[in-house]
Design a protein around this ligand. Sequence first.
Ligand code: ATP
Length: 333
Amino acid sequence: MSKTEANDDTESTDADPPMEDDSKSKNADGGANNEKPEPTSKSTDNDTIDFDPTSKTEGEDPSRWEGDEPIENFNGYTDWEYNWESTPDKRFEDIGGYESVKERLEKKVIKPHKDEKGLYDHFNIDEIDGVLFHGPPGTGKTLFARALANELNRTFIEVGQADLTHNHINKSPQMIKNLFMEAELQRAVVLIDEADTLLTKRGTDNSHAEDSKITNTFLTWLTKENTTYIVILTTNFKENMDKAALRNGRIDAEFEIGLPNLEARKKILKVKLLNVPHSFTDDHIRYFAKNLKGKTGADIESLINQAKFIAVEREGRKLIVEDVQQAYVEMED
Ligand code: ATP
């Protein structure tokens, strides 16, 4: 069932005092664990194999493969058309805030895929293989996609319009086909960034025949059943996407990633200050977070990065409030 997941961590209201303070010292807490499992990889020659995307990788007919190696020895094969990444090293604990999104991803997407007790299978519950993250720029949609691929221990790729479109007529659908064929063989998570540019509305006055072909090709690959790959779409403009892309069986879980609220901003600050020498108490963090109303995770990240430069320039050994204040002023200029 396709459903928008509202985000408890997004902005509601808080006061917005000017940014000025000074204070005492104490460290922020936390710690991320960035394990990096090995990728799974198998080889294919996209021009020659007769690919059936409904079949699983295991037990496939080796005659579909070129080369001398038996199919079970394709780990380490590198001749892919696309640049597949090993499992991303981002984890949910690297994402500040958005706890309700994390919980729902865990419940709806991760647990059914892992199915550690076989109960989802027992009740014939389908896994979710299509996820949409939508919301303003810089709120962490890509970060969520990477962390999800990590939780699922999958090979990963991030692609956008530039990777999948070509001037030659009919070349784009072939590129998309090749992408999903490779994804199938790798049990990959495919992140389609700015999905609205590739899944544009068809049949409008402004729609081009080539764009519609691309949308149609995507819809075909999103609709296939019993595939091994998982598709994640991100967009800042969900309203520009072809509605058919978001129907049941294609995208089965939607998550709105809005601007972070006060609690989320505090948590993002703490994540960004991990392993950074600083002198901030929880009160400082709260004070910064209150002043960052309306800012995104990306803004907070660049604020702390800029504050670090300022600390280096004054040859300080720890970040102090004034560093963050100066960085804030520069950010607002
Ligand atoms: P866009 O829509 O512009 O593609 P996005 O929503 O995909 O943006 P990301 O690319 O995931 O945003 O995030 C931008 C930067 O901000 C990244 O470096 C990311 O690590 C950081 N960031 C954003 N939100 C958070 C968060 N909640 N916690 C930690 N870091 C965050």
